[in-house]
Design a protein around this ligand. Sequence first.
Ligand code: NAD
Ligand code: GLY
Length: 362
Amino acid sequence: MSMLQHLLVGLGDRAYPIWIGHGIFDRLGEALTAVTFPRKLAIVTNPLVARHYGEAAQRALDRSGFQVSTIVIPDGEEHKTLAGVQKILDALIEQEFDRSSGLVALGGGVIGDMVGFAAAIFLRGIPFAQVPTTLLAQVDSSIGGKTAVNHPLGKNLIGAFYQPRHVHIDVDTLSTLTAGEFAAGMAEVVKYGGICDRHFFEQLAEQREKLMRRDPAALVRMVKRSCQIKANVVEIDEKESSFRAILNFGHTFGHAVEALSGYGCYRHGEAVAIGMAFAAELSCRHGLCSSQDVVAIRELLVAFDLPVDPPAFSVKDYRQAMQRDKKVREGVLRFVLNRGIGDCVMQEVADLEEALRDILAF
Ligand code: NAD
Ligand code: GLY
């Protein structure tokens, strides 16, 4: 039995629907028809995702009369580069794609970010749709229009804000995801509860067992609430002039963990989990949340198989790595701090060095 839920990202003339469900993969053609998506399109994916879902996507789109070709690019964060996007652009030019064509990103956040960026710059912009197949992409990266590739000097340094026309989420695709990738996505879900919705946070703890065995109905509810929170934030502050930065809870310290350990050592979600545990401690130290809140955040992350303890680097290393974070403006480092589960605030931390020394305690 299929189950379908609808959301809308309300961005005026760039508003777009999110379909969330299980057993809805074969309705992709119907969904793209509903948003008058270009009839000529390319599915862009990687070999692993193509093996699992390539044919099903092609069939769903063929059935609705789309003219479909497929572009397969290598799997992995290391290919999220300008050269990687160039491969997509080369294929589009060779296959004579024009302004009346579109792209479908079938895969995780790497594919989504690259395809979104390719769509933003090809012929100064063609429509694209997101078909996210990792938990992280379903609850986070496919929504909100951040597209980017990495530069040798840093992650996501080259990109554009460019919204998709449609986001199509079938949680059944999560059945083939590894436990590690599933856990990494859960970090972003816990984040939404921690910063925006206490009730949701508590439900995650209650539903843990169902979620861990990937019960479709529980997943649909969880992904829907996550998308709703993200959409609401993006509607208020699409281009991150201020409010959207709350979505970076745990990310400042998390990015330092990733950078210091060497990219690839921790998954992004794992590093964010460590970062959230750190940010919670910092919040408690500043009298913003209780020690029980810190424990609750740590316990929920651990319950979803996520790490919470930072790897052993010096206070100086952490401070320098955080100072390089691209969220630093005019040299000032601001943290998203927890103001009790379900609430947060952005604030400068004057005593960062001392706080690092106390919290890291090595
Ligand atoms: P990913 O895209 O690398 O996917 C992880 C792995 O899972 C890959 O090997 C992929 O091929 C595989 N995979 C994908 N779907 C699968 C499925 N259904 N079954 C089995 N395997 C599957 O990683 P990710 O965690 O999805 O995304 C990380 C990227 O997202 C990073 O580049 C990060 O910068 C970006 N990101 C972007 C935003 C945004 O707002 N645009 C937000 C957060 C993260
Ligand atoms: N993942 C953070 C954002 O989209 O703003």
